[in-house]
Design a protein around this ligand. Structure first.
Ligand code: ADP
Ligand code: ZN
Length: 286
């Protein structure tokens, strides 16, 4: 059996699969305190023992194997999880091999191997929800080196009609500060899903997400950029991103056909878990 933990800021999803990666058990646990949440995680895997596990965690996390704090969740605003030795605690309870990376890296991996980017060697995955996170796979490898990408905090150029200050506690008007769900809602004083589809805000939102896509294209030249997360449930948003991307890129570099380049995720809520299980299996088979 293989194990998976998709550790999100709102909830943890734990799953176990058989050797063909069919999910046989799955549970969702609210992210509260480390003590409460992790007790339930241990219970689940005590009941369903596995021989290897993939963990994709919210971050920032330490993925640098040479670091003293490898396996830790580091500078998160969630107090109970700050400087938490997540991987260390897991290893104490279950002495098995682990893959340890970000929630968005595992989602990218899932989409690459089983989802919308099937057959490709690279993709970027951006989630636009309570925060903005981005990860990816380049040449078949998860994107991490000294650390992992934090694409949600890309510094962006402001839209000329947008005076919003931005909500990021570190940067104010970075991508997440300007374009995550809470930023849309703070400008508007309404839930994002209540804002009409033809409101100008979606054009501004698309401008920022397209700008990030341009920057990622120019730096990484991926084969595909995949969007997921709650805010992307607005069906008008992806077409607006694509047209803003085309106009901001202004034909400077050639990219794949836009409809096959900037896309919605396919596995939805299962992308992360799928990625974790695939990575767990690879630990034992390679
Ligand atoms: P999280 O980021 O916490 O994992 P989500 O990806 O679901 O969770 O993102 C939650 C955010 O997405 C909230 O800010 C919420 O307002 C926004 N959101 C959820 N559903 C919609 C929708 N249908 N349209 C626009 N925004 C939405
Ligand atoms: Zn920021």
């Amino acid at each position: 059996m293989y194990g998976a933990i998709e550790a999100g800021g709102t909830k943890f999803v734990c799953a176990v699969s058989d050797k063909d990666l069919n999910i046989v058990n799955r549970v969702e646990i609210p992210t509260t305190s480390t003590k409460e949440t992790m007790t339930m995680v241990f219970d689940f895997f005590n009941k369903h023992p596995v021989s290897a596990m993939g963990i994709g965690s919210f971050g920032p996390i330490d993925v640098n194997r040479n670091s003293n704090t490898y396996g830790y969740i580091t500078t998160t605003p969630k107090k109970s999880w700050r400087n938490y030795n997540f991987l260390g605690v897991m290893k104490e309870h279950f002495n098995i091999p682990y893959v340890w990376t970000t929630d968005v890296n595992v989602a990218a991996y899932g989409e690459l191997k089983r989802g919308i980017a099937l057959g490709k060697n690279s993709c970027i995955y951006l989630t636009v929800g309570t925060g903005i996170g981005g990860g990816g796979v380049i040449n078949g490898q998860l994107m991490e080196n000294f650390g992992h990408p934090e694409m949600g905090h890309l510094l962006i150029r402001r839209h000329s009609d947008d005076q919003f200050k931005g909500l990021c506690p570190y940067h104010g008007d970075c991508l997440e500060g300007m374009a995550a769900g809470p930023a849309i809602e703070a400008r508007y004083g309404k839930k994002a899903f209540e804002i009409p589809a033809d409101d100008r805000i979606w054009e501004i939102e698309a401008y920022y997400l397209a700008q990030a896509s341009v920057d990622l294209t120019l730096t990484l030249a991926p084969e595909m950029i995949i969007f997921g997360g709650g805010v992307m449930k607005q069906p008008q948003l992806l077409p607006l991103i694509k047209s803003s991307f085309t106009s901001q890129m202004n034909n400077y570099v050639k990219t794949p056909d836009i409809d096959e380049y900037i896309v919605h995720c396919k596995l939805r809520d299962n992308a992360g878990i799928t990625g974790c299980l695939l990575l767990a299996r690879e630990l034992l088979t390679h």
